[in-house]
Ligand binder design. Structure first.
Ligand SMILES: [Zn+2]
Length: 430
């Protein structure tokens, strides 16, 4: 593997080494179906059927090799940037105003096959479709694979794009450690990359005129509307709050109910309040993580700590939901003789995708495409502060994501490829 700060690796197509083409000629790179089949086995856990493609592991290296092979099979120039993101260029990147598409290949623990890879595979397939259409490009085009999007190993999502966009400093990135205490630079080095050059990459981002990420939908909006493809409007604002409920540990058998200060009761009422307030506001709110002290089956807890994850279409709604949940928790805490402390641990404001680009996509796709918000973060959201970005979503019939059960029908995937090809043609072939 080349080092992060080496000059771009320029490789033209060589027919004698065209992996992933199933032994066919250079004019016929792997089809969508074949690319999907080749990726399918990489990093897949035999016991769960889920994917464990974490940053800078062997599975990640296999995904990266697959990306490079696909690029080479299409005669695209492969480039590895200083932050470990991969780029496959058609045309001269230095010409600027490039149209870039792509996504990520890493996964959450036991993730599904589609979150990320669908965008990368569809990008290559869309370029193939444009070659079949004999499209003539007037702008450079690239396919990307952003590194460590899910943050499964180091606990921070979108590391590759955050570094490039200057939203994560080199110093902070160097402090990231995985569960075994291995730091990000150590992991990069072990995988054969040079971590010395990681950091903001404004020159590279300045080449991009538009970034379009295709992604499997992580909800059921398209299934409910009966559409195969949609356009993203915004990524909902999102935060995490820690609720500490402090009561009094005591014997579960001998303490009269009226004498108890049981923080579990307060917590339970707070979970119900979160559900109720989210439902009323058209938001989502989840207590998905909890810790209990002393955590004994025959002890009234002294402390219950619960983490609230909440997201809403806009800031005001999110503020209202969280304030109402906190208010309900305080009222119940008073009644239970419990002390409550609430700490906001993280927050990401709303990310509105650029309206002009979004409208252009809608026009290119015939104007009848649903426009929907999403509660999930993406590289496109990170890049939106630096370059005009847009997203296409492909229908997910169950809405399940971050699970081996994540799915999309092949017909819908191919509709996504055609939509992405239309978008690239509309943007880059004018
Ligand atoms: Zn994703």
């Amino acid at each position: 593997m080349s080092a992060g700060n080496r000059p771009p690796e320029q490789r033209g197509h060589r027919p004698d080494e065209a992996p992933g083409t199933g032994g066919r000629g250079p004019a016929e790179p792997a089809s969508f179906h074949e690319m999907w089949r080749d990726l399918r086995t990489i990093g897949r856990a035999a016991d769960t059927g889920g994917y464990r493609r974490y940053a800078w592991t062997a599975a990640d290296a296999d995904c990266r090799a697959w990306f490079q092979a696909q690029a080479e099979a299409r005669g695209l120039a492969c480039e590895l940037d200083r932050n470990g993101n991969q780029w496959a260029w058609l045309g001269d990147p230095s010409a600027g105003d490039a149209v870039v598409t792509g996504s990520h290949l890493d996964s959450v623990p036991d993730g599904g096959a589609f979150d990320g890879p669908l965008g990368v595979v569809s990008s290559f397939a869309a370029l193939d479709e444009l070659r079949r259409r004999k499209a003539e490009f007037t702008r450079p085009v690239a396919v990307t694979n952003f590194g460590d999007e899910e943050g499964a190993r180091f606990g921070l999502a979108c590391v590759g794009s955050r570094l490039a966009a200057g939203q994560l400093t080199r110093e902070k990135a160097y402090e990231l450690k995985d569960a075994d205490g291995i730091s990000l630079p150590q992991a990069m080095e072990a995988a054969g990359y040079d971590p010395a050059a990681i950091g903001p990459d404004p020159e590279r981002l300045a080449r991009i005129g538009a970034f379009v990420e295709l992604h499997v939908e992580q909800g059921r909006a398209l299934d409910l509307s009966g559409d195969a493809v949609g356009i993203a409007s915004a990524i909902w604002p999102h935060g995490r709050w820690r609720f500490d409920f402090a009561g009094e540990a005591n014997h579960a058998g001998t303490t009269r109910l009226v004498d108890r200060r049981d923080p579990m009761l307060t917590y339970a009422q707070t979970v119900l309040a979160a559900r109720r307030e989210a439902e009323l506001a058209g938001a989502v709110a989840t207590f998905g993580k909890i810790s209990v002290e002393p955590n004994g089956v025959n002890a009234i807890p002294s402390l219950v700590r619960g983490w609230l994850d909440s997201r809403a279409p806009d800031q005001a709604t999110l503020d209202t939901v969280v304030a109402a949940v906190e208010q309900a928790a305080r009222e119940r805490a008073e009644r239970d003789g419990v002390d409550l402390a609430v700490v906001r641990e993280s927050f990401t404001p709303v990310i509105e995708f650029e309206h002009a680009l979004r409208d252009e996509l809608n026009k290119i796709l015939g104007g009848a495409v649903p426009v929907l918000g999403t509660g999930a973060g993406h590289d496109a959201g990170i890049l939106s502060t630096s370059v005009p970005t847009a997203m296409l979503f492909v229908r997910n019939p169950t809405g399940v994501s971050h699970s081996p059960a994540e799915s999309a029908d092949e017909d819908d995937c191919l509709a996504g490829v055609r939509a992405l090809a239309d978008v690239l043609e509309g943007l880059a072939c004018r």
